[in-house]
Design a protein around this ligand. Structure first.
Ligand code: NAI
Ligand code: MG
Length: 366
């Protein structure tokens, strides 16, 4: 997928990548993604290489040190060309501690305000959408990644009232700047695609402040892109549309929470959560962007070699786009399609292949 912000002319040839595998299957899929990327670099005739540095942060680190990442972690990450992330979270650490302590901390501190989540329908993978066809279905969710419902604003109080008396406020934040930049990004992305269309996901019927501002900005930005078709759909109706009319989608822009939910639905429709890729972009390139599969640490299958590495490898392809290597990104995506078409599928897709089998097949297909 083209990254409208990339500038190949200034791209360095040795890419310094910070790997943060973190927890559960995160370690397994990041190892797979690294192996595939190194194979690609090894095959480039010295045109480019990856210099990896791995960070041990995550729930295990929290258990030992009481912190999800080092105090100076952001300082150490900030000069990398990109961050390759696995998944964070483990049953023995509260999810809000692990997520805010590592992944959301990086996203927010590095102003990775655009979260790009393509939904790929692959040959050889059966979708629960009976009529689905990889040649017709192809959309990308653009998630506002810096504010909205995950702005982290609010608090808990009045626990002194005793059992049953505590209150919590969790506020959503919508700013014109935040809405406008994610929408412009979406329209620019739509212009790079066959179908020039942006669908805005809203809930302005019920959320009369934030989502009405969202709608106002969408209309204003749309006026600058007369060549791009637009549509505004309520989030509940949008969930149904993903299932009933997915061929009608191209770029879908949504707030942080709505896009979080819809992109899991999209990847499940494509066949498995294990397939879904994502990029957390700082489009201005003031900070490194971060590339990670959409799925979590999957404690139910972790450590058994069952994790599907395709989401992580698709995220690696998004990273190559961002680094100014679009031809290599296409090679990776073709290798993924060749692997699924050949029936090399992990258990989540109804197959029997292990993470290692798929990784080997991907490298062979390259
Ligand atoms: P999950 O994504 O880890 O798992 C959901 C289901 O999908 C499970 O049945 C799992 O086996 C399956 N699955 C996930 N990835 C897979 C893969 N690569 N291959 C095959 N099957 C796969 O979501 P869950 O169980 O809700 O959360 C587990 C932990 O992950 C929690 O601590 C949660 O906070 C964290 N999490 C972290 C995310 C991140 O780091 N970006 C995103 C989502 C959840
Ligand atoms: Mg999610």
């Amino acid at each position: 997928m083209p990254d409208p912000g990339n500038d190949p002319a200034t791209a360095p040839r040795t890419f310094r990548i910070a790997a943060i595998p973190a927890d559960g299957v995160g370690a397994e899929v990041v190892a797979a993604g690294r192996a595939v990327l190194d194979a690609l670099a090894g095959d480039s005739g010295g045109a480019f290489t990856f210099a990896w540095e791995e960070f041990p942060w995550g729930c295990g680190y929290y258990r030992e040190t009481g912190t999800m990442m080092d105090e100076d972690g952001l300082e150490r990450l900030k000069d990398f060309d990109a961050i390759y992330f696995g998944a964070v979270g483990w049953p023995d650490v509260p999810d809000h501690v692990s997520l805010w302590g590592l992944r959301l901390r990086i996203c927010q501190s590095f102003d990775q305000w655009a979260n790009i989540r393509p939904v790929q329908f692959l040959p050889g993978v059966r979708s629960p959408l009976r009529s689905a066809d990889e040649h017709e279905l192809d959309w990308v969710v653009v998630r506002e990644n810096s504010e909205g419902e995950y702005a982290g604003l609010g608090g808990r109080n009045l626990s002194a009232r005793g059992h049953g008396g505590e209150v919590a406020v969790q506020s959503a934040l919508f700013t014109e700047v935040g809405c406008e930049r994610i929408m412009r990004y979406s329209f620019d992305l739509a212009r790079t695609r066959d179908r020039r269309k942006v669908t805005s996901v809203t809930k302005s019927n019920a959320q009369q402040y934030g989502m009405v501002l969202w709608d106002d900005v969408f209309r204003r930005v749309a006026a600058d892109y007369p060549d791009v078709e637009t549509e505004s759909v309520l989030v509940d109706a949008m969930a149904a549309k993903f299932v009933l009319n997915p061929q009608d989608l191209s770029v879908v822009v949504a707030s942080n929470l709505n896009a979080d939910i819809l992109s899991d639905l999209g990847s499940a429709l494509a066949g498995s959560l294990g397939l879904a890729a994502s990029a957390n972009l700082n489009p201005e390139r003031r900070f490194p962007s971060m590339f990670e599969p959409v799925h979590g640490s999957a404690p139910d299958i972790a450590g058994q070699g069952l994790a599907n590495p395709i989401g992580a490898v698709g995220s690696a392809a998004l990273m190559l786009d961002h680094l100014g290597l679009p031809a290599e990104a296409t090679r990776l995506r073709e290798a993924v399609a060749a692997t699924t078409a050949a029936g090399v599928l992990t258990r989540d897709l109804g197959g029997t292949a292990t993470t290692a089998d798929v990784t080997t097949a991907l490298i062979d297909a390259l």
